[in-house]
Design a protein around this ligand. Structure first.
Ligand code: ADP
Ligand code: MG
Length: 377
């Protein structure tokens, strides 16, 4: 038997598609990967050298993980930050627990932005119907209620138009007992995101901003380069860099922006890990967001973020499947020049579930977009 123990091992907390793509890139670079999935069936486990499926509060699993890993990272922000704290005492871990803690709680995240003078939509912290009424009258206009924790893809959110005449008690009912933020609804001109990579030594690079189109609060398309005036793209990169430095963040982080109808760039939220709007970097950039994460975690130099070709990324949701086990015909994607398919190995398709993505490279972003749109039903 060959002894592979000399290869350094990256420990990944979480078992979703981000962990899977990270494992693929890390193993290509000669790392071993231990994936602690916490029990969710996902498709990530098949790409790892070692898999731990026990829940995140299992002491034996913690020992197994720190024993196997030379360094650790998260692929999912809802890993209990206390667990990340325990792990970082034993093995070098990036991002740090303090950053994960802020990014996994909308209240801490929004307060961090406000305290650092980083522009963001007006908000209030709300824990009762009474506070909701006060927040609505102070913010004025349409608002969105968001649970402070565990939201994703628009889950845990409710839009409340200014003229919604329902009683406050009725609006608050679904959120009873839950800490929330109430946020001003922004008149969106565009949504952007900037992937930032910061090394252990503080070196910082950004990828070209992505222009993101959502459908039902779920990312639908990412378009790079973004079709917006260059001043917005420069400003978004600058704000993202300032934010990441203020957070003293180490690793890969996605910073989501709103562009409003008055030309303001507002930070929406941060994701302390590779991000869906950075998937195009696998096919269209000199270094992918996943390779960057492996490099930072292992203390290696950060790679170039240069975009090699204009690209559009299209999310493939379970809705496209003919039945839970019957995938659509991929030939239309694969027969296009510059069409690439990524599937996440999830056992069963469900509505709104992210099953994979496709990227479309083109000589111009318009050509890439045309290819992406051509395969949609
Ligand atoms: P998550 O991505 O965690 O589900 P977000 O806060 O990013 O939650 O919301 C998802 C999407 O909902 C955003 O990308 C945006 O399209 C829309 N949205 C969220 N908050 C606002 C807001 N304040 N104004 C306008 N649109 C919003
Ligand atoms: Mg979001």
């Amino acid at each position: 038997m060959i002894d592979f123990q000399h290869e350094k091992c990256i420990g990944v907390l979480g078992g979703g598609q981000l962990g899977r793509m990270l494992a693929i890139e890390a193993r290509r670079m000669g790392f071993r990967v231990v994936q602690w999935t916490g029990g969710e069936e996902s498709g990530a486990e098949r790409m790892a050298d070692q898999v731990i499926t026990k829940p995140f509060d299992d002491q034996g699993a913690l020992e197994e993980f720190v024993e196997a890993a030379d360094f650790a990272t998260v692929e999912f922000e809802n890993i209990p930050f206390q667990l990340v704290e325990h792990i970082q005492e034993r093995v070098p871990t990036f991002p740090k627990a303090a950053s994960v803690k802020i990014c996994q709680d909308r209240q801490l995240e929004k307060e961090f932005l406000r305290d650092h003078d980083i522009p963001t939509a007006d908000f209030r912290i709300v824990e009762s119907a009474e506070e909701l009424a006060t927040a609505r009258s102070e913010i004025q206009g349409d608002v969105i209620i968001k649970t402070a924790q565990f939201g994703y893809d628009g889950k845990g959110q409710m839009a409340v138009p200014a003229d919604d005449a329902r009683f406050t008690e009725e609006l608050w009912k679904p959120f009873e007992g839950v800490r929330c933020i109430v946020e001003k609804k922004i008149q969106l001109v565009a949504e952007l995101s900037v992937m930032v990579v910061r090394g252990q030594d503080g070196e910082i690079v950004t990828f070209d901003p992505a222009e993101n189109e959502h459908k039902d609060h779920i990312l639908h398309l990412s378009i790079v380069p973004a079709r917006l005036p260059i001043n917005f793209l420069i400003e978004a990169r600058q704000i993202a860099e300032t934010l990441v430095r203020s957070l003293d963040y180490v690793g890969v982080i996605g910073v989501e922006f709103f562009l409003d109808n008055e030309g303001n760039l507002l930070v929406n939220e941060m994701a302390p890990r590779p991000h869906n709007s950075g998937h195009h970097t696998l096919d269209a950039c000199e270094t992918s967001q996943f390779e960057q994460q492996a490099r930072v975690v292992a203390g290696l130099p950060i790679g170039s973020t240069t975009l090699i070709k204009p690209v559009v990324m299209l999310n493939l949701l379970g809705d496209l499947w003919k039945s839970p086990k019957e995938a659509p015909d991929w030939n239309p994607i694969l027969s296009l020049d510059g069409g690439k398919l990524h599937l996440y190995g999830k056992g069963e398709a469900k509505a709104k579930r992210k099953m994979g993505h496709a990227t479309f490279l083109g000589e111009t972003v318009e050509v890439a977009l045309e290819k992406a749109l051509s395969i949609l039903p």
